[in-house]
Ligand binder design. Structure first.
Ligand code: GDP
Ligand code: MG
Length: 563
């Protein structure tokens, strides 16, 4: 296929608006898969193990090679979505005719728009009784200013209108503009770990040609690799021995761990360096969780499975952590909250990275509350403390506005703007500290709006914040794993709540147990668990009780998992 007969495109949509169903329908149309129902959602099934993965499905249609590049669509993976869009020249913006534009529709639209892609709006699920295509057309015009004069109205499920999609893709989306005679420039947009062959990379060949046996170098790490296998995804790996400008496909090279496959990285032939593609950012974790086994004998087994999981996911960061009370564990960094759920481990309340700016101009990122300096250590050195802030886009029916404004207010959110999308639907923009949305914000939003509000967010960087470290002391001894970083306005409430909860989960001991929460040595709240039998205790243990405290790990664990 010459480059002018190649189209690289994607489908972007809010979750459940029918992206996977449409992708399957298109594959059936081109005969890449049969319409046999056991093949339903091939793109998804191929990726059971890659819940955040990007898939490429090459299909031949008439004289064209069409590469459908499918992205996860969830907010945590905005960077991945935007990188996968770099490998496309156009995209189908799919909107559910009964639901209309939702938060991820807006977020994904802007990612595509900012990459300069050709955007083809398509309205799906027109077979539903609740479908209101005219209303959705109005929303698309007023929100995105897209031309809807010849918009496709389809049902991906029943197949109505789907036959028009590929001709439109070919007509409207330009072919890739790469030059096969230029030096190799290959763009990595996803990877995964395969137990048999190791790391598999998905790449777009922007310029030049890449073949088996070539030696290539990462522009980011300057590490060298040799291409062992290369080909297209049709729908599984199909060896071709080479890929040339404009093509997308898989590349297996001598890469040992997925952590070396940086999404957005550029590769070139070792003797022929080229300028990397712009926009590359190494993955950065924004949500951190401490994980400890209930049974310390489980450490090795868990260590093995956690290490395996991180092999498969370059965007997870992993650090060993040791806590006095909980023993050995890990501190795992994730891109966001869904990403963390994907791990399905039982986790402690997640934290976000805070930043300390010193007067001498240096700064330090704090990913673990135990690294947070005590006020004493900061004296005369501190310039300011900062926390990560996100820009939230919330779309909802107007009758829920009051309740959602309350929610955002209680999470230290600041309303930036709100606009009506049509007579009854509102888009609100808020800046909210990331720490306030990592736990139950999304659940709360859904329950307060009977499921009708949708939510998406993007990074707004760091802002000054009055944050403090709260310590938990058991009989005057600080418990590292329970230290937490908070906004000063929350200290009184959280301090009281924690001492109370701990006093409920820690069983009575032979001695009195004092639980305190403190900020910089100042006690915020205190609870006392009386000794089982006062007199006996005094005799047996004398004044030495504070040293031998053996708090049952289970109690801590229950406390942590309840947050
Ligand atoms: P995705 O999250 O965007 O990939 O959405 P899916 O393709 O998984 O579809 C979500 C749900 O909507 C599934 O239950 C589909 O069967 C259903 N669905 C998809 N397209 C249509 C359609 O055109 N009409 C109807 N009635 N349901 C659809
Ligand atoms: Mg899907």
């Amino acid at each position: 296929f010459p480059a002018e007969n190649i189209r690289n495109f994607s489908i972007i949509a809010h979750v459940d608006h029918g992206k996977s169903t449409l992708a399957d329908r298109l594959l059936e149309l081109t005969g890449t898969i049969s319409s046999n129902h056991s093949h339903q959602q091939v793109l998804d099934k191929l990726n059971v193990e890659r819940e955040r993965g990007i898939t490429v499905k090459a299909q031949a249609y008439k004289d064209y090679l069409l590469n459908l590049i499918d992205t996860p669509g969830h907010v945590d993976f905005n960077y991945e979505v935007s990188r996968s869009l770099v490998a496309c020249q156009g995209t189908i913006l799919l909107v559910d005719a009964s639901q209309g534009i939702q938060a991820q529709t807006v977020a994904n639209f802007f990612l595509a728009f900012n990459e300069g892609l050709t955007i083809i709006p398509v309205i799906n699920k027109i077979d539903l009784p609740a479908a209101e295509p005219d209303r959705v057309i109005n929303q698309i015009e007023s929100t995105f200013e897209l031309d809807t004069s010849d918009i496709s109205l389809i049902s991906a499920k029943s197949g109505i209108g789907v036959d028009k999609i590929l001709p439109t893709v070919i007509e409207k989306i330009p072919p890739p503009s790469g030059n096969v005679n230029k030096p190799l420039k290959a763009f990595l947009f996803d990877s995964w770990y395969d137990t048999y062959v190791g790391v598999v990379c998905l790449m777009e060949i922007v310029d030049g040609k890449l073949q088996k046996g070539d030696k290539i170098m990462s522009a980011y790490s300057e590490k060298m690799y040799e291409v062992i296998d290369i080909g297209i995804m049709h729908p599984e790996q199909f060896t071709t021995g080479y890929l040339h400008a404009g093509q997308v496909g898989y590349v297996i090279c001598s890469m040992k761990v997925a952590a070396e496959a940086h999404v957005g990285d550029t590769f070139y032939h070792i003797k022929n360096p080229v300028d990397p593609l712009p926009g590359f950012e190494p993955a950065k974790s924004m949500v951190f969780a401490g994980v400890f086994p209930i049974d310390t004998n489980e450490f090795n087994r868990l260590d093995e499975s956690i290490t395996k999981l991180t092999l498969n996911d370059a965007s997870v960061s992993l650090q060993r952590e040791t806590s006095m009370a909980l023993g050995q564990g890990w501190r795992i960094g994730f891109l966001g909250t869904l990403h963390m759920d994907v791990f399905k481990q039982r986790l402690e309340e997640p934290t976000v990275p805070y930043r300390i700016i010193y007067r001498d101009g240096t700064s330090k990122l704090i990913r673990n509350p135990t690294e947070f300096p005590e006020p004493m250590e900061l004296q005369n050195k501190l310039s300011e403390l900062q926390e990560p802030i996100i820009l939230a886009t919330i779309i909802l029916p107007e009758e829920y506005m009051g309740s959602i404004i309350d929610l955002c207010g209680s999470r230290r959110g600041e309303q930036l703007e709100y606009t009506y999308m049509d007579e009854s639907r509102v888009i609100m923009k808020y800046s909210i500290p990331l720490a306030e949305i990592v736990t139950d914000f999304h659940d709360e939003l859904k329950s307060r709006s009977s499921g009708y509000a949708s939510f998406d967010y993007e990074d707004m960087g760091y802002q000054t914040s009055d944050i403090v470290k709260m310590n938990v002391l058991i009989n005057k001894r600080p418990i590292d794993a329970l230290a937490t970083i908070l906004h000063r306005s929350q200290v009184a409430n959280v301090g009281r709540e924690w001492t109370k909860k701990l006093s409920e989960v820690i069983p009575k001991q032979l001695y009195e147990v004092i639980i305190q929460t403190t900020i910089g040595g100042k006690v915020i709240a205190r609870e006392t668990i009386p000794a089982m039998r006062k007199n006996v205790t005094a005799k047996c243990y004398g004044g030495d009780v504070t040293r031998n405290i053996e708090l049952p790990q289970k109690a801590f664990y229950d406390f942590l998992s309840k947050g």
